[in-house]
Write a protein that binds this ligand. Sequence first.
Ligand code: HAM
Length: 424
Amino acid sequence: MNFKVPRGTQDILPSETWKWQKVEKLINEVCEMYRYKEIRTPMFEQTELFQRLVGETTDVVQKEMYTFTDRGNRSMTLRPEGTAPVVRSYVEQKMFGYPDQPVKLFYTGPMFRYERQQAGRYRQFVQFGVEAIGSNDPAIDAEVIALALDVYKRAGLTDLKLVINSLGDTECRASHKKALIAHFKPHIEEFCSDCKSRLENNPLRILDCKVDAENLLIASAPSLADYLNDDSAAYFKEVLNYLDDANIDYEVDATLVRGLDYYNHTAFEIMSTSAGFGAITTLCGGGRYNGLAEDIGGPSAPGIGFAMSIERLLLALEAEGKSFDDESALDVYVVTLGDEAKRAGIKLLGQLREAGIRSDTDYLGRKMKAQMKSADRLNAKTVIVIGENEVAENVVMLRNMANRSQEKVATQDLVQKLNGILKV
Ligand code: HAM
């Protein structure tokens, strides 16, 4: 029997994990700068939470959820996204009572969607997301967008495009919905079966359909921009003003609708414009969700956030030909010759690590030449050689690999000596 990693998932090997660690470190640093605090919610939730908050008619809920019945006969779902769990926690933990409002949260963790596998689309992927809950200030919409762009820029990406739209409030959504139904209804037979069922419940999603994307009726559909009421239009204008003030470039796209049902007002996506990137160019998506906390029994608490997958961030870096510096070099490789030297070497290794020095040695009983080769391959900054004579004299041979110089050092002075070399 050949076991394989499940379709749509991947093993992230040590040759790659260091990049993930770099991105995670960057995320933590940027979030700290903007005062977003980390929240960790469970990997699964009651199925109903996603049905209610993400929306019954969305692809995510209809086709993509990993749902199972647990031994207590409850329907559970591996989280397909992070906003619903965070809002659930916000309401349950009464975060609306926290003295510092809005509550600014971030998360990094795996999400699960049963999607068709293709480059940049996985069934398990890691999302970094932020949610700012409790403020209706357009300035925080701009802050959330700036934070996402900041992460990409600090990671080294330059080929980025911000696309933004306003979905308006409930009132404009309702009148736009009516207009869409009237527009598509006479011709609905031309559309795919998904669109047929979207017509009455969620006609906005027809605009987003991949199957019918070329249908001219989509291009000529009533634009939400024409249905924005004064309040919504004014709100959107202010968001754009704040983006202008922050020198953030954007493109307003009246056809941008997001795949999840909870959005109103601001909706945005960040795309990669790099020629090397595959068909799926969306790196990040987000928007405002003012009714969500109330929907699950909480107080009225307007929120905004985004999520990006780390997989796509790394793919975008690759497409731009950029990479992080690998700083995972070893400080010391300990080479030993003979049994006594080996014991002394292992003891020394313990002392080096206690002093915070990254060090390793040979565990295969290999000859000196092979041990030196390992030291080279592992990018060791220094090599310590211990033979019988060195043990007898209580010294080691210390080789600085940068300039290939070599000197005898008393064992008790070694840590101090190394600290001097490794600092530069
Ligand atoms: P979403 O657009 O469904 O939004 O996903 C956000 C991002 O997650 C995408 O832009 C993409 O980077 C990544 N992503 C989604 N599906 C996959 C996949 N199958 N493989 C790899 N990456 C993927 C949300 O999830 C919302 N919760 C975002 C949000 C937060 N809105 C407000 N707050």
